[in-house]
Design a protein. Structure first.
Length: 331
């Protein structure tokens, strides 16, 4: 499938000449076109070939806008497992050497045409996510990159849901010893974990969870995350850890795991009755200790910028803020 558009005349004669040349929009025909796709770059590029090989990406989900042989914009969707529906639009790049509004107009054309081809009518658009440098607002160049992509998505109907901190513990960083205040054990079963997950959603500061709670109950949200995310992890479920007081009263839980790319702290939560006592630090240290025992070079995690208590806990346990993320959604 190829769509050809002729851009309107704008401003200088040089720009007018360039924009009267045809811009084509089309998906990749297969892995042989990856070199074309990689004319623009992004931090996920090193994962793309393997993602294609195992089915987390598909050529028909990977689109480019071109003038002649030059790529002016590109995008791609991702899914967690082969055969799945697109879950997130996680690659969207523009040729930032172009002037505005040409740069943004071409990007918007690509987004609209690709979405129409890939997302079935009546199906919600998958979330758009982009990793961005920490402190990106302090750099004029970084702001132009990030804000340009956000503006295109806004013009396509999306809105900002949340900005998140991406955090990393590096091997060799000390992990605090257990204090003795809590006992740790593997989760007994699905029901115990879902019950605790439902409880920790009370008063949550997580934007994605709050969005889900607008349309479903805490238990429904917990079941959905358990079935859609936790069951996909191939790491041992014995790692899924419950913290309890000496009285056996559960305090919270932590889910250390490995996704398709990194060891992670997938989820951590303290039930409302036991918040404010510093237990989250001990839970996070325990989850990190479980992963560190497997000799991993790093452990990654993320939390919302607005979830200040959780961000501070990560810092106290030795995680550093190495990157941020922008998440945008369509209502």
């Amino acid at each position: 499938m190829e769509v050809v558009a002729v851009a309107p005349h704008r401003r200088s004669s040089r720009i007018q000449h360039q924009m009267t040349q045809r811009v084509s929009f089309h998906p990749l025909s297969g892995p042989a076109e990856l070199d074309t796709f990689f004319q623009l770059s992004y931090v996920l590029d090193h994962e793309v070939a393997e993602d294609l090989e195992v089915g987390r990406r598909r050529p028909e989900w990977m689109w480019v806008a071109k003038r002649g042989d030059r790529v002016l914009a590109r995008l791609a969707w991702w899914t967690s497992t082969e055969g799945g529906e697109p879950l997130v639009l996680d690659i969207f790049d523009l040729d930032d050497t172009l002037d505005d509004p040409e740069r943004l107009d071409i990007g918007l054309g690509l987004v609209r045409i690709a979405m129409e081809a890939v997302i079935p009518p009546g199906t919600p658009n998958p979330e758009y996510g982009r990793f961005v440098p920490p402190g990106w607002r302090d750099s004029m160049a970084a702001r132009r990159v990030v804000e340009g992509r956000m503006e295109v998505m806004e013009r396509a109907g999306a809105r900002l849901l949340v900005e998140r901190l991406r955090l990393e513990w590096l091997r060799g960083t000390p992990i605090a010893e257990r204090t003795g205040r809590l006992r740790f054990r593997p989760a007994l079963d699905r029901d115990e974990l879902i019950e605790l997950m439902s409880l920790v959603l009370d008063g949550t500061l997580d934007a994605h969870s709050r969005q889900e709670l607008e349309t479903m109950s805490p238990r429904e949200s917990a079941v959905r995350q358990y079935e859609d995310e936790f069951l996909a992890y191939q790491t041992p479920r014995e790692w899924w850890t419950i913290a309890e007081l000496p009285s056996s009263d559960p305090v919270g839980f932590v889910i250390p795991a490995r996704n398709n790319y990194h060891p992670i702290i997938a989820y951590i939560g303290v039930v409302p009755d036991h918040r404010g006592h510093g237990y989250v630090d001990e839970l996070l240290a325990e989850g990190t200790r479980i992963l560190a025992a497997t000799a991993v070079p790093r452990v990654r995690a993320s939390t919302d910028v607005g979830n200040v208590p959780m961000a501070k806990a990560f810092g106290r346990v030795g995680y550093v803020h190495f990157e941020s993320a922008i998440n945008m959604v369509w209502d």
